[in-house]
Write a protein that binds this ligand. Sequence first.
Ligand code: PLP
Length: 220
Amino acid sequence: MSVADKIASLKASLPSGVTLVAVSKTYPPSAIMEAYEAGQRVFGENRPQELAAKQAELPGDIEWHLIGGLQTNKVKLVAPFVSMIHSAESARLLRFIDREARRNDRVIDVLLEVRIAREESKHGWDEGELERYLRSGEHRSLEGVRFRGLMGVATNTDEKEIVRAEFTRLRDLFVRWKGEFFDERFDTLSMGMSADYPLAVECGSTMVRIGSAIFGARRY
Ligand SMILES: *Cc1c(COP(=O)(O)O)cnc(C)c1O
């Protein structure tokens, strides 16, 4: 199947209300253009430099999402144009995003990344730590940040019940924190990748991040 066919069949299989982020990290601009010509407009990258380089050479109506770990000193590379940052994982990083957004006269859409996988992952807030942060109210002072929801990466395993439990936990946190700390604008639950997106959608995902199932295996 071509990239265009894969985009079409994925879009047909996703319920309305679930946004497809085509994860184009490591793939060349020509592959992104194939997806673009098939109508895809939302793309995700995990490295700020690669994201900025691709944004500079590809069509201006692409919505670029940053989905990977972000160092504070790299925020300024993406702040002028990024549509959404999925990987906000500390109070310090949020302060940098806020500062760079305001410098660019922007308000940047942000997801809070929660560590849900059992495996020792370096990314995301611990859920207790994030709850304490939200309870402190510090996030309310960040005028350059629009909190849109949560993001998580499940354990990489064939055991579906483990993955289901992790996605369900994230969905429950999303519903609870939305009620407690946010309002209806907190509307995005980013979970599900090539290997596990059908399960993520079953568990309430509103945004799936899919790379290899569209573009083929990555060569690093
Ligand atoms: C690479 C990546 C994806 C996409 O992974 P695939 O298995 O290629 O679909 C999704 N989310 C994050 C955070 C990633 O880094």
